[in-house]
Design a protein around this ligand. Structure first.
Ligand code: F0G
Length: 431
């Protein structure tokens, strides 16, 4: 049976090549549904490790049978995304309070965030559909990724930004990759509404995570992490939550792996939100009885989202995996980030929700010290240089520079430099 789009609530089906984002009948989100080939096995995916050529050299398309089985390979738009490292850093595990903590660094993707995994599938689908203009609203990373993949495919990329609070690295990328950048005096949530409306009127393909093909690519984070663990399932996956595309994709991917017998149990998923952008956390507190959007505000600008589009799919992920939702403060985010950065691997602020959230869930007794945890780092350290400089120079409003690594201004004098170098390490961050 060919792949199709299926409404997650009423089950109505649409052809795979329909330009549609939500159910025409009940307005709920759609899932891409595939008929997986019999050939899917751990061995098949292991044999492809080390492949030199696309598509199997990509950490998304290595799992093509699980991503888009019937797709003509010639249509794939890829920059060899994925293949990101799974770091084991005992110092950070000890700080979080667990014996086994891996951090999967999605900031190591071609444009510096996990969005590339969803953009390779999204832009590929745009090509399948014959679209030549693709658009998104973004807190920054989606737009950087869209701009790069659209350029790579020879399409026009269009990005809607709020005109304040976009991390510099992300804005610079979208401009550099040649996207049409529209700066709008509105927050992310409003921009997402606008991009959906404008795109419908102008026949532009929307590549926000409301587009189900984006999530198909992002599922591969789970496939790759578990393959890297020799197909051993960790007890927990801890992931930051903003628009909730990633957590939705994780639930779907794990569910499919389990149904196919690639794994024998599901990990539990913990979604971590910033306190100032926590609508899922608040709904979780009510047993998902009450959902209310919030006016978002957090230093982790990537997740500054008050009305996440994939809310319903994230709830499904929590239910499927017996998961939890927790929130962390900006102080906890920036302190966890400083510690991740100081191990030499670094990440952007939103990513640090994973480590901060793990520590909090251990303190609360939800994660047991003996359980294994895979935390997802979603973006690269260079995405938000401003936040780094301000934290370490103790100039962030209302936040302490707990683990500051301050600069040492010096005159060109051997005595002065010697004095600094004999005393400086005492001030460097210590985990
Ligand atoms: N971390 C980073 C670095 C992000 O850029 C995002 C989302 C998230 C976490 C949250 O992931 O939305 O799947 O729950 N950034 C989007 C953007 C919204 O526009 O770049 P999510």
């Amino acid at each position: 049976m060919p792949s199709k789009l299926v409404c997650m609530d009423c089950g109505r089906e649409y052809p795979i090549n329909a330009v549609i984002y939500t159910c025409a009948h009940c307005a709920s989100l759609l899932d891409v549904q595939h008929d997986f080939p019999q050939t899917v096995s751990r061995e098949l995916f292991d044999q492809r490790l080390g492949a030199l050529d696309l598509p199997y050299s990509s950490g998304v398309w290595r799992y093509k049978e699980l991503i888009y089985p019937d797709l003509d390979e010639g249509l794939i738009v890829s920059r060899n995304e994925g293949n990101t490292n799974l770091y084991h850093i005992p110092k950070l595990a000890a700080w979080a309070g667990v014996d086994t903590l891996y951090l999967k660094h999605e900031g190591e993707n071609p444009t510096g965030s996990f969005k590339d995994r969803g953009m390779t599938t999204g832009v590929t689908q745009a090509r399948v559909l014959g679209m030549d203009r693709v658009a998104c609203a973004s807190t920054g990373n989606t737009s950087a990724s869209l701009a790069a993949y659209a350029a790579h495919a020879g399409m026009e990329g269009i990005v809607f930004f709020q005109n304040k609070q976009i991390a510099l690295g992300k804005l610079a990328q979208a401009i550099a990759y040649g996207a049409t950048c529209v700066q709008i005096n509105a927050d992310f949530d409003k921009n997402l509404e606008l991009v959906r409306e404008v795109s419908e009127a102008l026949a532009i393909y929307v590549l926000n995570s409301v587009n189900a093909f984006r999530l198909e690519g992002q599922k591969s984070i789970m496939f790759e992490a578990i393959q890297q663990l020799r197909w051993q399932v960790p007890d927990w996956i801890v992931v930051p939550g903003g628009n909730l595309g990633n957590s939705s994709a994780f639930g779907k991917g794990l569910h499919e792996m389990h149904a196919l017998g690639l794994i024998d149990r599901l990990p539990r998923i913990a979604i971590i939100q910033a306190e100032g952008a926590n609508p899922l956390y608040k709904a979780y507190q009510t047993g998902f009885e009450v959902y209310e959007p919030v006016k978002a505000d957090t230093i982790a600008t990537a997740v500054k989202i008050g009305n996440p589009v994939s809310y319903a799919k994230a709830v499904r992920t929590i239910k499927w995996t017996n998961g939890v939702v927790e929130q962390v403060s900006d102080q906890e985010i920036m302190d966890a980030k400083a510690l991740i950065d100081a191990t030499g691997i670094g990440c952007e602020p939103a990513s640090a929700c994973s480590l901060a959230g793990t520590r909090k869930l251990v303190e609360m007794g939800v994660i047991q010290p003996g359980e294994s945890v895979v935390g997802i780092l979603t973006g690269h350290v260079l995405k938000d240089p401003d936040a780094i400089i301000k934290y370490h120079s103790a100039t962030l409003d209302n936040l302490d520079a707990t683990y500051a690594n301050p600069m040492h201004p010096a005159e060109p004098s051997i005595e002065e430099i010697t004095r600094i170098l004999t005393g400086a390490r005492e001030k460097a961050p210590v985990v």
